[in-house]
Write a protein that binds this ligand. Structure first.
Ligand code: ADP
Length: 273
């Protein structure tokens, strides 16, 4: 289990994440949803141990920056960090050796095949198109076969075929029992099977609900997202009669979103009551 406990990250005066808490249950897929600038990358980089922050993050009981924790986490950054003077295959072999992997050749072949890079093995990092760089970025992150996988906006820059492949692979990873946190600001991209969503806005967690809770409240993820981030529910908004004020205002006056207010208790099923 991965636990994020009251994590606050400030860049100067800018609070990128404020008292963020959530847990990733073993074998679950959590979607980290939020508009640009919500703090998604910041919390992911905090989890993987790249940033200093206030609060605590543990992985199976170990602090996230310990070698025990790092060994079981894999990170796929939003922007690929490739070496211009290494080829595709050299990138993969470099990572395999860095992780002291044995018998990695077959896994490298499998991943390059899956992400259509088999015929690009001898291309250098700076010879790859943006989409190919993103695919290699995925292959590198997935190569060590980590138990906990953190993906920051993994679909960005991919062509439709690669998006489909990645979604299929995410489902394979889910079935293999991996724990995953996948961030996105594109709600339409979340059509894979997910278990929980953490919705962030302005550095704060605005909702943390399971798929079952959302579905038993008769809502869609899109409903939840707009309810939380804008205070409106698209499927329940009806055009106001002339002269009638709309209830679906972005600001609800309390500074608390309607959804958060309704689901802050233990039972989210009563959300619409
Ligand atoms: P998201 O991933 O949801 O788009 P980020 O975590 O990248 O959001 O950013 C959250 C906030 O932190 C934004 O206001 C952003 O401008 C700020 N921020 C992110 N990285 C840095 C940085 N390296 N220096 C200063 N501010 C940053």
């Amino acid at each position: 289990m991965l636990t994020v406990n009251r994590v606050t990250k400030k860049y100067g005066k800018n609070v990128a994440c404020k008292e963020v808490s959530f847990t990733l249950e073993p074998g679950s897929l959590t979607v980290l949803l939020g508009p640009n600038g919500a703090g998604k990358s910041t919390i992911i980089k905090s989890i993987i141990g790249f940033l200093k922050y206030e609060g605590e993050i543990t992985v199976n009981g170990y602090l996230n920056k310990t070698s025990e924790a790092r060994r079981i986490m894999g990170y796929i950054p939003e922007l690929p960090a490739l070496y211009p003077n290494l080829t595709v295959i050299e990138h993969m072999e470099f990572i395999a050796r860095a992780y002291k992997m044995t018998n990695y050749k077959e896994r490298i072949e499998m991943l390059l095949e899956k992400f259509e890079l088999s015929d690009k093995k001898k291309k250098f990092g700076d010879e790859l198109s943006k989409g190919m760089q993103q695919k290699l970025n995925l292959c590198i992150g997935l190569l060590p076969d980590p138990d906990i996988i953190l993906m920051d906006e993994p679909l960005l820059g991919l062509d439709p075929h690669a998006i489909k492949e990645l979604k299929n692979y995410i489902e394979e990873l889910r079935q293999a029992g991996k724990t995953m946190l996948i961030s996105t600001h594109i709600i339409d991209s979340v059509d894979m099977l997910w278990d929980r969503t953490v919705i962030m806005q302005n550095g704060e967690v605005r909702a943390n609900v399971s798929r079952t809770e959302i579905e038993s409240a008769g809502k869609t993820l899109e409903d939840q997202f707009f309810l939380v981030t804008e205070g409106i529910s698209p499927s329940s908004v009806k055009a106001p009669a002339e002269g009638e004020a709309s209830e679906g205002n972005a600001e609800n006056g309390s500074g608390e979103s309607a959804f958060e207010a309704k689901t802050s208790g233990a039972d989210a099923k009563g959300a619409d009551k």
